[in-house]
Design a protein around this ligand. Structure first.
Ligand SMILES: [Fe+2]
Length: 377
């Protein structure tokens, strides 16, 4: 286990004057963090801790409902891309995926994730709330752009939309700005990623793990995997347990937020890896019950005895537009090749393991990935 602290990128500096020297430096820091760690901590003073708490309370209340009520919000026919996904549905792709198992094999044994080979589907529930803008053209992928499900139970229904929209908008704005910073830091025009994702099927996607049922040490709540979208952003969770892997160092990093202040965690997904020709790799992560989780459970029980004991992750997936042509940007791919050549010379990577990033529509890439994790036939 390593005690690496992720780089902290200040969005405030960028927003106050995007053209200043300090801002350009901050953009470079963001790009470098994504290349080295596939992740960073983002400071955004517009994001309110109170909104995060209101959101976490709502999602805890929602998932504390009986299963028959939750089932009404399932949309399996839409690949679970809106509404609820109940526990034990989604399989961590890595458990059956050879390239991914190789990634684990290459890690130092002390840095490996909990063993996922025997782990069947994840014991986590999730809700997908779309936060997309309707494209002004006819999309080839209407199935990825369907309307939201609003839970109908009293006490939840009336709070749902305003709370989801408020927290979701904070996340969406922050990650959209970070996409601009990353583009600048990579030497691209500021709007490169932002425009490519303008009509993306962005999703506020909280996950929930029942810590009464799954609160034993070393339980895997979400097995080792990468995200299929462009960038993923998270607010602070009430329970630790998220580990991420820095792709260029192979170190497992338990995610720790600074104790106070307005911070968000951002991680690179598959679409960014594809668009950057592998310069930025999608970041692997897992959620497990560890000693820090157990301590947080005890603290929560003592301080909030009346509240449901559910671990919520306030995740937001920022996507590229479904109709966007996904192909490596030549300058970034060139840089990726140079870095790779150095790594090959140092004996750090195998020559036969070059990933090919075939050009395709983003919508096709998403469908390919969903098939892999058993959410779509
Ligand atoms: Fe994930």
């Amino acid at each position: 286990m390593s005690d690496v602290i992720l780089p902290i990128v200040d969005l405030d500096v960028f927003l106050s004057n995007p053209d200043s020297e300090a801002s350009v430096k901050e953009c470079k820091k963001a790009a470098d963090a994504l290349i080295t760690y596939g992740a960073l901590l983002l400071h955004d003073s517009r994001v309110s801790e109170e909104d995060n708490n209101t959101f976490l309370d709502l999602i805890e209340d929602y998932f504390a409902q009986p299963e028959e009520l939750l089932k009404k919000d399932e949309r399996p026919e839409l690949g679970y891309q809106v509404g609820v996904t109940l526990e034990n549905t989604e399989k961590p792709k890595c458990a059956v995926d050879e390239p991914c198992l190789k990634v684990i094999a290459r890690l130092d044994p002390a840095e490996r994730p909990l063993d996922i080979t025997a782990h069947s589907p994840d014991p986590k529930c999730r809700f997908f709330w779309k936060m997309s803008e309707k494209p002004p053209y006819e999309t080839k992928y209407p199935g990825l752009n369907m309307p939201n499900v609003i839970p109908q139970a009293d006490g939840v229904r009336e709070r749902w939309t305003p709370v989801m929209e408020k927290w979701g908008s904070s996340m969406k704005t922050a990650v959209g700005n970070l996409a601009e910073m990353a583009a600048v830091g990579l030497g691209l025009p500021r709007e490169t990623f932002r425009d490519a994702g303008r009509y993306g099927p962005h999703i506020l996607a909280p996950t929930a793990s029942d810590l009464v049922k799954y609160g034993e040490k070393d339980t895997i709540l979400a097995g080792f995997h990468t995200d299929l979208n462009f960038l993923t952003i998270h607010g602070r969770s009430r329970y630790p347990g998220l580990n991420i892997w820095a792709r260029n160092t192979g170190k497992r990093i338990p995610v720790k937020f600074p104790p106070t202040g307005r911070y968000l965690l951002v991680q690179a997904g598959k679409q960014l890896e594809h668009l950057s020709g592998g310069l930025i790799k999608a970041g692997f992560h897992e959620v497990v019950v560890n000693d820090a989780t157990l301590q947080a459970i005890e603290r929560r029980k003592a301080e909030n005895p009346g509240r449901p004991l559910i671990r919520i992750s306030s995740t937001f997936f920022w996507h590229l537009s479904s109709d966007y042509d996904l192909a490596p940007i030549p300058e970034l791919q060139q840089r990726a090749r140079e870095i790779r050549a150095d790594a090959v010379n140092l004996g750090k990577v195998d020559l036969d393991e070059e990933t090919v990033y075939e050009p395709m529509k983003v919508g096709q890439q998403v469908l390919n990935e969903l098939r892999h994790i058993a959410l779509m036939a």
